[in-house]
Design a protein. Structure first.
Length: 498
């Protein structure tokens, strides 16, 4: 995907001058070592940058404002090494507008039983100083993440890494631009919503283009460029003719190659990162973009079917949050299609008409050309595959009229029992947590859509933290969900977000 900024996170240590210069030089030394070790861990997706120890109102305010202004800074990590009177932080925190992580740690892991004296106690008192800092952040009602534990603990570093990805999602959210090709599918409720409010809340720009404007960009792609891409497809994917004429098949595939190039050029030229299409409004496009959209999603573009701009933006957001992740398993647009209700084997078969991202595939990927059975265009070429197994999250962002709600469901992805040779689309199969009956009931009670933004590489916690940072409601459906408590969660949300 298109490279993101080279984001960095600032490390700001709080202290005061009550204990003298010697103590302050140790504070600075400890912070320097922690920052160096965090960067050396190899576990953080972004670099941590040490800032001078903060001991005065003026310096705190200046540092937070510099963080606001620095385009590469995606957040600040604070730690009160000693005691830092929290009134000193009020002005800086008031003016700070980026994600905040409160790292509640201390330099030493173990109490030095044999040597500990009052000097040591005064110098190493984050258990005390971090509570003072936490109090003012809570009193001021500022969203922050708190991570507790020794800085050398891999679990602590993993929590920082996970928060960094959420923070970049928060920062990058305001740069997401969604291109709508035509409008929403007529009469469909859940895929629609308030675009102005989405821009206020999330920073998303959602713009519509007449379908023939983008179709012209497709027609402008040369035969030579198209054929080169078709060659690439034929090298990379299995070709499943299934009785179709090879020349006619290739011609159908070429239509998608031309769409991929035309769409990509149009998106790049106009600086959009996500796209929606609608099978019922294709203008002069010869096929519903299938294979083309699948490849664009793999390159990092967000997508939503039938005009679903909210899901398109969420897919893009989740691709940003997982950018550069080692051994990533994939992120895609997805749709709940059909159930398996056999006891012990319950689950939901996931697919779309065509548009599932190949990043989630496992095993071979094949190209098929099949009728769409919807709309009035020629049979579109599409990539067909099955998906990886393991835990994942499925999310749905809905507009309730007076607010947005993000529904986050932990799901367990599985292999289907048998191949489905007559199904010409890419699929996944999952059992929602805590089980199909409760998971689907909770999802429907919450008003969740049939479309989801899905990822193997993000946690419910990360998605919930993102929602919190955006000031919207998040509800979780996971192993602990029961319907009685879940209804209370929804009732609380109705009061709180009124
Ligand atoms: Mn759909």
């Amino acid at each position: 995907m298109k490279a993101l900024k080279n984001y960095k996170f600032w490390f700001a240590t709080g202290s005061q001058d009550l204990y003298g210069d010697e103590c302050l030089s140790k504070v600075a030394e400890h912070s320097r070592i922690i920052v160096e070790e965090l960067n050396k861990s190899g576990l953080l997706p972004y670099e941590v940058v040490l800032k001078p120890t903060l001991i005065t109102n003026e310096l705190i305010r200046k540092t937070f404002n510099e963080a606001n202004a620095d385009e590469d800074c995606a957040g600040v990590i604070t730690w009160m090494h000693t005691f830092s009177p929290a009134k000193s932080w009020i002005l800086g925190l008031q003016e700070y507008r980026k994600p905040l992580l409160h790292l509640h740690t201390q330099f030493n892991q173990e109490i030095p039983y044999d040597t500990i004296d009052m000097d040591f106690m005064n110098e190493n008192q984050s258990a005390h100083g971090d509570r003072e800092f936490g109090h003012i952040v809570t009193r001021m009602g500022i969203e922050r993440k708190i991570v507790v534990g020794h800085w050398s603990d891999e679990k602590v570093v993993a929590s920082i890494a996970s928060w960094m990805r959420t923070a970049v999602g928060v920062i990058e959210s305001s740069h997401i631009r969604v291109m709508r090709v035509a409008d929403n599918m007529r009469n469909v409720a859940v895929t629609d919503g308030d675009k102005v409010e989405a821009q206020i809340k999330f920073g998303w720009e959602v713009d519509a283009y007449p379908v023939n404007e983008i179709a012209q960009a497709v027609e402008a792609v040369s035969a030579a460029d198209t054929n080169a891409l078709v060659e690439e497809y034929y090298d990379k994917y299995e070709i499943l003719l299934e009785g179709r004429d090879a020349t006619e098949f290739r011609r159908h595939v070429a239509v998608q190659a031309q769409i991929e190039l035309g769409f990509e050029r149009f998106l790049e030229e106009k600086n959009y990162h996500a796209i929606v299409t609608h099978f019922g409004d294709l203008g002069s496009l010869k096929q519903l973009p299938g294979l083309a959209i699948q490849r664009l999603m793999e390159k990092g573009y967000g997508f939503g079917g039938e005009g679903d701009w909210k899901t398109a933006a969420m897919v893009r957001l989740m691709k940003i949050m997982t950018a550069g992740m080692k051994d990533a398993k994939g992120t895609s647009f997805m749709e709940d299609y059909t159930y398996n209700f056999v006891p012990g084997k319950e689950g939901i078969l996931q697919a779309h008409m065509l548009e599932v991202c190949p990043s989630i595939s496992e095993g071979p990927i094949a190209i098929k050309v099949n009728p769409l059975s919807m709309g009035d265009r020629e049979d579109p070429a599409r990539l067909v595959f099955t998906s990886k197994t393991g835990p994942a999250v499925a999310t749905s962002l809905i507009d309730l009229g007076n607010r947005f709600r993000l529904i986050i469901n932990e799901v367990d992805c599985k292999k289907v029992e048998k191949p489905m040779p007559k199904l010409p689309v890419a699929t996944a199969f999952w059992t929602p947590k805590p089980n199909l009956a409760v998971g689907a009931q909770a999802w429907i009670l919450a008003g969740g859509a049939h479309h989801t933004a899905f990822s193997y590489d993000l946690s419910a916690e990360q998605m919930g933290d993102w929602a919190e940072a955006m000031g919207i409601e998040a509800v979780y459906i996971d192993a602990n969900t029961n319907i009685r408590d879940f209804k209370k969660d929804l009732m609380l949300g109705n009061i709180y977000y009124r």
